[in-house]
Design a protein around this ligand. Structure first.
Ligand code: 5AD
Ligand code: SF4
Ligand code: FES
Length: 354
């Protein structure tokens, strides 16, 4: 399609499009030939290669608590879900996981959890500084939700380098469809601006194909991301979880997820862009295809095997029965198979020198 390639080329040149052209571009995604798709992915990959080459950065993910005070309509860990076997890892267990990750050559440790207030700011600071003391050459990323500015500042002073907090959607109406009334898009966005201001490398992001998402929503997401200028952008397909209000909603598609990964890479050439576990869940080679469409980060699981099956945001999650060492080796092989190399490095954003 001539018109598609012209718009893709224009986006590639300018890193952005006027909203009406962006909307035309994404409306065409349903009718693309495989040649047009390959063309888009090759534009994206060329931009990634120019900044990061064939390097793939690993993040070791520790899912340290599946207890959450929130009730997001899409998430299997929502507080109303009585069918979750809830767990918390102790500080010692978390540090052990991080040690194991270090031995497996991870140089970023991501601490992710539900919004579990049992962990105080002191606890979080102790865990962060514990990891940094034992492994000063590691980056520590937090992904523990909405907190006060003071808390974010304390974690940063304790040594946290990065913070992941997906904005989920930059469209007000859509935000209200996805979340209960007590959560607000404004609060979420304020957290993201605070985190940037404090000095974190910040990750935002959204789900692809979530219920009630429209093309306008994607345009809002891209506009918001251009304003925020996050260092990382996490996207993956929405996948229904059987114990949530969205149990009967369809998953986001592989094609759409790859399409938006490519658009993000073209629009944000320097951003750290993971090929997510959710993408690997909807297709056995989803993460490989994500890399070929512009992703350059993979986040294998470091959580203890016995709790993995209890951290289910969505149905069918992969790697819940595998040891950390297996996932580490598996990813290395998968990346070599497609001509990419897993590197032992913190993998900071190019504007940050760790
Ligand atoms: N499908 C896909 N992604 C989900 N997340 C939560 N629930 C689901 C789901 N059902 C994503 C959200 C959250 C991140 C940790 O996982 O975007 O920010
Ligand atoms: Fe809690 Fe995060 Fe799930 Fe929302 S998405 S219910 S904040 S774990
Ligand atoms: Fe976990 Fe392949 S990444 S087994």
């Amino acid at each position: 399609m001539q018109e598609f390639r012209e718009l893709a080329d224009k986006l590639n040149r300018d890193n952005d499009l006027p909203r009406s052209e962006f909307l035309s571009l994404i409306a065409m995604r349903r009718n693309l030939s495989s040649e047009d798709r390959s063309y888009l992915y090759s534009l994206a990959r060329a931009k990634a290669d120019r900044v990061y080459g064939k390097n793939i950065y690993l993040r070791g993910l520790i899912e340290f608590t599946n207890i959450c005070r929130n009730n997001c309509n899409y998430c299997g860990l929502r507080r109303d879900n009585r069918n979750v076997n809830r767990y918390r890892l102790s500080k010692e267990q978390i540090l052990e996981c991080a040690d194991r990750g270090y031995d497996l050559n991870f140089r970023t440790i991501v601490l992710q959890g539900g919004e579990d207030l049992r962990y105080t700011d002191d606890d979080i600071c102790e865990i962060v500084s514990g990891i940094k003391e034992r492994h000063p050459d590691c980056a520590v990323t937090l992904s523990i939700g909405e907190k006060s500015r003071e808390s974010y500042e304390r974690y940063f002073r304790a040594g946290a380098d990065r913070y992941l907090l997906r904005h989920e959607t930059a469209n007000e109406e859509h935000y209200r469809h996805l979340h209960p009334a007590e959560l607000s898009m404004k609060a979420r966005m304020e957290c993201l601006y605070m985190l940037k201001d404090i000095g974190y490398q910040v990750g935002a992001g959204f789900m692809v194909g979530s219920p009630f998402q429209t093309e306008e929503c994607y345009a809002d997401d891209f506009a918001f991301l251009h304003k925020l200028q996050p260092e990382m952008i996490g996207i993956g397909p929405f996948i229904p979880h059987h114990d949530t209000p969205f149990r009967d909603m369809p998953s986001g598609t592989l094609e759409d997820t790859l399409f938006f990964l490519a658009l993000l890479r073209i629009s944000f050439p320097e951003v750290l862009l993971p090929a997510t576990t959710a993408l690997g869940t909807i297709h056995p080679l989803g993460r490989e295809m994500g890399v070929k469409a512009g992703a350059n980060v993979i986040m294998p699981n470091l959580s203890p095997t016995d709790v993995r099956k209890d951290y289910l945001l969505y149905d069918g999650k992969i790697c819940t029965g595998d040891e950390a060492a297996e996932c580490r080796k598996c990813m290395e092989m998968r990346m070599e198979n497609i001509g990419y190399h897993v590197v032992t490095s913190r993998g900071d954003h190019v504007k940050f020198k760790g």
